[in-house]
Design a binder for this molecule. Structure first.
Ligand code: ADP
Ligand code: MG
Length: 247
């Protein structure tokens, strides 16, 4: 069953058409890697899913609920409920600098769900252990490496029990030697059958972890397939040209 269903999504910034009738589905527990040249609309597509961008047409359906249906948005309260089922991890971590690592994890549950520290402490502690940062619990983000910051961001997203995790180039801002520790955490989530959509330049990781790879160019989904299909036998000229350039 599709947990994300996007149909004919359109988005423009002024006269610039960034998403041109994008349609795709993600199934429950599927790991989908999205690749494509810079400026092709990958971030805009992810941001639209969680309502950080408003689209100009088309539909986004999460499970059986519409964020937007044929260009008409659901009510604000309903949108919040639907988008809360997705967690997003950004390229630049977006941690709160004035909060400790554990404070970063606990802020959204407190603000959004009205939970109290006593009720979520064991959960934030367990998630920090899961991403290997138990010893950094009381540290402020400025004292962390990029890889550690990104692992905090992932743990923070998990605090809200998302059904879906969206990643926008999670390792692009990292020194090469720090990407492994982040990809390792993501790999473990994939093994736990978390549904994930990952915009990435890490072709090796996409090959290893993704069930499906989608190639996006110029605001359109050009083609998708298993990593073996898409990397080994791309059908479209644009996919071939892109892969030739980067592989
Ligand atoms: P990608 O993530 O694939 O690199 P983006 O979705 O970030 O692509 O951007 C797609 C296009 O939309 C680019 O041309 C970018 O400059 C433009 N764009 C993105 N966000 C905005 C914005 N807020 N205002 C105007 N143009 C934007
Ligand atoms: Mg981007």
């Amino acid at each position: 069953m599709a947990i994300i269903e996007v149909t004919n999504l359109k988005k423009s910034f002024g006269s610039l058409e960034v998403l041109k009738n994008v349609s795709f589905e993600v199934k429950q527990s599927e790991v989908v890697a999205v690749i494509g040249p810079s400026g092709s609309g990958k971030s805009t597509m992810l941001r639209s899913l969680v309502h950080l961008e408003e689209v100009n047409g088309g539909s986004i359906k999460i499970g059986s609920d519409y964020v937007v249906k044929e260009g008409r948005y659901s009510g604000g309260h309903q949108i919040k409920e639907i988008t809360a089922r997705m967690g997003m991890v950004f390229q630049h971590f977006n941690l709160f600098p004035h909060l400790t690592v554990q404070g970063n994890l606990e802020l959204a549950p407190k603000l959004v769900k009205g939970q109290h520290t006593a009720d979520i402490r064991s959960k934030s502690t367990a998630l920090l252990e899961k991403v290997g940062l138990t010893d950094k619990m009381d540290v402020y983000p400025q004292h962390l490496s990029g890889g550690q910051k990104q692992r905090v961001a992932i743990a923070r997203a998990l605090m809200m029990d998302p059904e879906i995790l969206l990643f926008d180039e999670p390792t692009s801002a990292l020194d090469p030697e720090l990407t492994g520790e982040v990809l390792e955490v993501m790999k473990r989530l994939a093994e736990e059958r978390m549904t994930m959509v990952i915009v990435t330049h890490e072709m090796g990781f996409a090959k290893e972890v993704a069930d499906r790879v989608v190639f996006m160019a110029d605001g359109q989904f050009i083609e998708s397939g298993t990593p073996k299909e898409l990397f080994g036998n791309p059908r479209h000229e644009r996919t071939k040209a892109f892969l030739n350039r980067i592989l």
